[in-house]
Structure formats: C-alpha cells, structure tokens
Design a protein around this ligand. Sequence first.
Ligand SMILES: *Cc1c(COP(=O)(O)O)cnc(C)c1O
Length: 345
Amino acid sequence: MEHAPTFADILAARNVLADHLPATPMWSYPALDELAGATVYVKHENVQPIGAFKVRGGLTLLAGLPAELRARGLVTYSTGNHAQSLAYACARFQVRCTVVMPTSASEEKVRAVRGLGTTVVLDGADMTAAQRAAERLATEDAGLLISPGDTGALLAGVGTLYLEILEACPDLDAIVVPVGSGTGAAAAGLVTAELAPRCRIIGVQSSAAPAAHDSWRAGTCVTRPNHTRVDGLATGRGFTLPQQLMRTGLSDFHLVTDAQIATAQRILASHAHTLAEGAGAAALAAVLARPDRFAGQRLAVVCTGGNASTAEIAALSGSCDVVVGGSSRSSDHEPTTTSVDPERR
Ligand SMILES: *Cc1c(COP(=O)(O)O)cnc(C)c1O
C-alpha cells in the first residue's frame, strides 16, 4: 500500500499548487447562520476550475509523477469529479488519461471529462464494476492505475484546502466534511492535529451509501449497498488509506438522507448564493439535521463541489421548507437522521 501522507506532504503540496490554483474563498452568510443557530463558514470548493476540490489532488499527483510513469498514461475509475480532476491535471501535464465511469454517471460530468481530452469508457452499473473494468484496461494497456482513495498524493493535495480554512479561521470548533472514499476527511484530520488540535473533524455520508461511515465505526473496511443519488459520496466500500487516518483524525461521523441533502442544496442556493451538487451540500445537511450538536459553535462546512446535474438544478425550485433538527413541515422529506454515536474524542 501507499505510504500514509503526513502534514509535511500537505505543506509540500501547497507549494506545488501555488503555481496552478488560487486559494478559494470562505464566507459566512447571516441568513444561513440564523437558520443553523451557529456561525457557518462555507468553504467554496465549488469555484475550482473543475467545480470540485479534487483538482487539488490531481495536480499534486501529476506534478510529483516521474517521467517514466507519466509516459505509461493513467487509468482510473470515478463517478465524475475524480475523473475531472485527473483529466484536468493530465491535460496540464500532457499525459494520456483513460477513465472508466459507471453507466449511471451524469451526462454533464462525462461531457466535462471528455472536454478535457480524456478518454471516457462507460462500463459497469456502479463503482465496483467500473473499478474492475479499469483494472482490466490498465493491465491490457500497461497504464498506471490510480485508486481514487488509496493514493497518497491525492490525499496530500486535497489537504491543502484545510490549511486555507484554518489560516482564514484559526479558532473553529469543528469542520464538517462530506466523505466518499475519505481522502478529504483524512487529510483534514492531519491538518487540524497540527494546527488546531481542539477543532473537531466530522465526516458525513449518505445513509443510502454508508460504506465509509460503517467502515469507520467498525474499525475495518467493509462493503455496503450503494443506492445514493449523490455521486460524490457514492462508494460501496471503505478505502484502506483514508480509513486508517480517519480512525484517529475524525471525532464523529454522521449519516444524512438524500432528501436532507437535497434540502441543504436548496438552502445553499437561497441563503448562500451557491450552486452545490449533492455532495457539496452534505456537510450543511448534517449541521441542520443536528442543531443540538452544533448550537452556537463556529463551524466550517466544506462545499466540496458545484457540479449539479440538470435534474439537481431542476429540483432546486422544489419545496423550500426547511428541515432543521429532523422535523420537517413538508411531506417530501424523510425527517430522520441515522446513527449518531457518542463522540470519540
Ligand atoms: C469526491 C467528492 C467527495 C468525497 O471526497 P472523498 O475524498 O472521496 O471522501 C465529496 N464531495 C464531492 C463534490 C466530491 O467530488
């Protein structure tokens, strides 16, 4: 397995990224604070050039890859944003790239990846099947297979966003991070351990795809059904490297429903001038679902991405009834939050 990245690797990644990406903004919004009963800073990774934080990882990986590995070309699998990240970085570094995306991948994301010059192969009903197809392709073409979760350079790269958060706001009570494979949340733990030990990192996943959450609670990587429509969070298994780091780095891990995520997307649009894809709204969804947990605190929620599908954009005009604390006044929301255990630290 990959060596586990350290805080020093994240600092090094920041130097690499300084040539490629400006820091993203982080703002709070009075209307959102009032609704949440807390001070909520939204970290705007939705404004990255690919519309998601993962570009930090892709550029860091490519910049550090020796020429003989670049020459082989990259092969990976993704529901969309990891694909865009590698496609963007490979275009910058003029490296050949092939991505297997599940046949359910959003048209918008497929178009964006192809637009960056990457070959897209649509194969497999879900990520597990897409991974198998990518492994086959890499063997046949001698390509370099990149795991979206178990690749240290990706984790170090995405960690730079937590340096930016804590530099802008050193005295946070918690940072709430949407989790798919867990690279973001794992990196967040490395950064806070160094810069802000009393700031808690809280992971969030969809209850319709709880593999990372359940792996963290079990202390070992497990597989789970993956039925969420929220593609950034749609993983069917735990990933070894981020799970290992999250074990000590995460204070708590919440599940929210896809309906709660949809509501949070609408609230980001109406209260924070922000177009978020589902995964980008999951952190806010977790805060709104547990007001008792977060009342009066200073929080950062990471809006990890803005690549909303046409269907998600259409759904923004739906009922704007607000679900806070799991009590809904609108019949199209499931009012429950699943499984919040006592905190670990
Ligand atoms: C990939 C992704 C996530 C999950 O990140 P991991 O590092 O895989 O846990 C969250 N939000 C968006 C928008 C993503 O693309």
